[in-house]
Design a protein. Structure first.
Length: 292
């Protein structure tokens, strides 16, 4: 059996409209047949007719048939407009905007499909009950709304399920991100502890160096005191002593610089500087890893 690609309810509505159209088409054909029969009964009473008489009869028949067919075509067009009005009114009730494609009305393949559907529905073996026995009524404007509402609810429920699944995925990702953050914080604390230990060791080395410098200063001051044995001469020549003191201070500064230079050239200082450089590079590498 030919199908139109519609659900059962809409297909039944199409069948009811086709039954109405067949009924109207039958009335139109009967009216046309009646026009020809009236011509036969009223005009064809003689055995011979002139050309003018035949032309006059055909012109009259043409006028009557033309008027009858035109009236039926106009009525069919208006009927289709009313049918579309019913459908559009029901659609607007649910804020829907229907669209029509007029080009499909002349699609030969679709027209043949409809013809096959009509043939299969109205053959003598599958003949439906008479139109007088079936009186379909137009569904109220709110009829079918429950079906649309159910579909809308189903779509919303499906969307809700998708949102729940997405929320669950986001929660899982957030938990994983928090765990990763905790691990990074722990690694950062460990790194800070390592860096603190390194700073402590550095401070100890600096304290030792300062002690050594202080000891050297003491030795230098002792030597200075030994070199100034003549205290009485210093008391009498205060200015000279001040100059000597400035000179000694300058010598002390020079000695400190030389001492610092010598200390920087020692193996212990170089080793310590190399260790600090390596530690700083390790800290930079760890920070890069943490930022990644």
């Amino acid at each position: 059996q030919a199908e139109l690609g519609l659900n059962e309810h809409h297909q039944n509505e199409v069948i009811n409209y086709m039954r109405f159209a067949r009924f109207k088409r039958g009335l139109c054909l009967k009216a046309v047949d009646s026009c020809f029969q009236d011509l036969k009964d009223s005009r064809l009473v003689e055995e011979t007719f002139t050309v003018d008489e035949v032309i006059d009869m055909l012109d009259g028949l043409q006028t009557v048939v033309h008027s009858e067919v035109e009236s039926e075509l106009i009525n069919t067009a208006y009927t289709n407009v009313l049918l579309l009005r019913q459908l559009f009114t029901q659609a607007e009730k649910w804020y829907l905007k229907l669209q029509t494609d007029v080009s499909d009305l002349e699609n030969r393949e679709l027209l043949e499909q409809v013809a096959e559907f009509e043939k299969s529905e109205f053959t003598s073996s599958n003949k439906k009950p008479s139109a007088d026995l079936i009186k379909p009524k137009l569904a109220p404007l709110n009829e079918g709304g429950s079906e649309l509402l159910n579909k809308t609810v189903a779509c919303l429920q499906e969307e809700n399920e998708k949102l729940k699944a997405r929320l669950k995925t986001i929660e899982t990702q957030a938990t994983a991100a928090l765990d990763e953050k905790s691990k990074l914080e722990k690694s950062l604390k460990d790194l800070q502890m390592i860096q603190g230990d390194q700073k402590t060791n550095t401070n100890q080395d600096i304290a030792e160096l300062e002690s050594k410098v202080a000891a050297l200063k003491c030795q230098f001051e002792k030597s200075l005191n030994d070199s100034t044995a003549n205290q009485k001469f210093l008391e009498q020549n205060l200015v000279t002593t001040k100059h000597d003191l400035l000179r000694v201070q300058d010598q002390l500064s020079t000695a400190e610089k030389e001492l610092e230079k010598k200390f920087q050239q020692t193996a212990a200082y170089r080793n310590m500087k190399e260790i600090l450089t390596k530690k700083n590079e390790q800290i930079k590498e760890l920070r890069k890893k943490l930022s990644k």
